[in-house]
Ligand binder design. Structure first.
Ligand code: ADE
Length: 254
C-alpha cells in the first residue's frame, strides 16, 4: 500500500488481544450458559468479542442408549458419581485446539478457594476449561489424569459447579482489557490492595438527615486519599481479621 505523506497519521486504536479470553464449559445443563453473563457488562463484552464461550454437553459423550453419565459409588454411600470414561471423553473433545496455558478447572468445595489473586492469574492467561460436576462429584481418577485444578467459591455446598463457573467468569471478565472503561477502578477494588474498599457516597449531599463527610467535598485530593485509606484499613481490621493480619505482614516486609 502506497503511503500518503500529506496525510496526518495518528496511532490506530488499541486492538483487542489476538484471541479473546476463551471459556470452555463442560456441563449436564448447557442451557445455563451464558445465563447471567449474557447481560450487562459481560454480555456486552461477549457481543464485542472480548471473551468467547464454548459450551459442551457432557451427556453427548455417554456411550449407551440412555446417555448415562453416572453410577453408584464403589464402597457404597449415598448419591451417584460421574463416570471417568464419559467425563474424560468430554474433556478431550472440549480441550481440543485450546491455547497453551489454558487453565483446567473442576469446581468443588474441596478446591482452592477462589480469590482475587487467582482471578487475576486466570484473566492474564488465554482462558479456562471448566468442568461442572453434578451429583456427588467426579470419579477421582479423571481429576488426576486430566490434571484438573479444583476450585471452590466458598465454604458451602452448591448443587453443581455451574454457579461457581458463572461467578469465576464474571470476576475474570471484568478484568479483561477493554471490558471496563476505567482501569483505575480496578486498583481501588476491594482486595486489589488486600484491603476492603472504603465507603462511597454520591448525590444528594444531604439525605435523610445524613450528610456526606466534609472531607469528600473539600477538593483536597491528598486528604481524601488519606481518609479513604484510613477507612479501608479500619473496615478491614473490624470485619476481616484474616485479611488485616496478611496486609499488616505485607506492610512490615516492604
Ligand atoms: N460445587 C459444589 N459446591 C461448590 C463450591 N462451594 N464451590 C465450587 N464448586 C462447588
Amino acid at each position: 500500500m502506497a503511503s500518503d505523506p500529506s496525510s496526518t497519521h495518528s496511532l490506530p486504536p488499541a486492538l483487542p488481544p489476538a484471541l479473546p479470553w476463551n471459556a470452555r464449559i463442560l456441563t449436564l445443563f448447557p442451557a445455563m450458559f451464558p445465563g447471567l453473563l449474557g447481560q450487562s457488562l459481560a454480555g456486552k463484552a461477549l457481543e464485542k468479542g472480548l471473551w468467547s464461550l464454548d459450551v459442551h454437553d457432557i451427556r453427548d459423550h455417554a456411550h449407551d442408549r440412555h446417555r448415562t453419565v453416572d453410577d453408584t459409588p464403589f464402597g457404597g454411600g449415598p448419591g451417584m458419581v460421574m463416570r471417568p470414561d464419559v467425563v474424560a471423553a468430554a474433556i478431550t473433545a472440549a480441550a481440543s485446539g485450546m491455547a497453551e496455558g489454558t487453565a483446567m478447572i473442576y469446581f468443588s468445595p474441596r478446591g482452592r478457594r477462589l480469590d482475587q489473586a487467582l482471578v487475576r492469574e486466570l484473566a492474564a492467561g488465554p482462558g479456562a476449561v471448566m468442568v461442572c460436576g453434578r451429583y456427588e462429584g467426579l470419579d477421582e481418577r479423571v481429576i488426576d489424569q486430566a490434571g484438573l485444578m479444583e476450585v471452590s467459591i466458598g465454604d458451602y455446598v452448591l448443587s453443581g459447579g455451574e454457579m461457581a463457573a458463572l461467578v469465576l467468569m464474571d470476576a475474570v471478565i471484568r478484568l479483561l482489557p477493554g471490558v471496563m472503561g476505567n482501569a483505575q477502578a480496578h486498583a481501588e477494588d476491594s482486595f486489589e490492595e488486600g484491603l476492603l474498599e472504603h465507603p462511597l457516597y454520591t448525590q444528594p449531599r444531604e439525605w435523610n438527615g445524613m450528610a456526606v463527610p466534609d472531607i469528600l467535598t473539600s477538593g483536597n485530593h491528598e486528604a481524601i486519599r488519606q481518609w479513604r485509606q484510613a477507612k479501608a484499613e479500619a473496615i478491614t481490621r473490624a470485619r476481616r481479621p484474616d485479611l488485616w493480619a496478611a496486609w499488616q505482614a505485607r506492610q512490615k516486609s516492604k
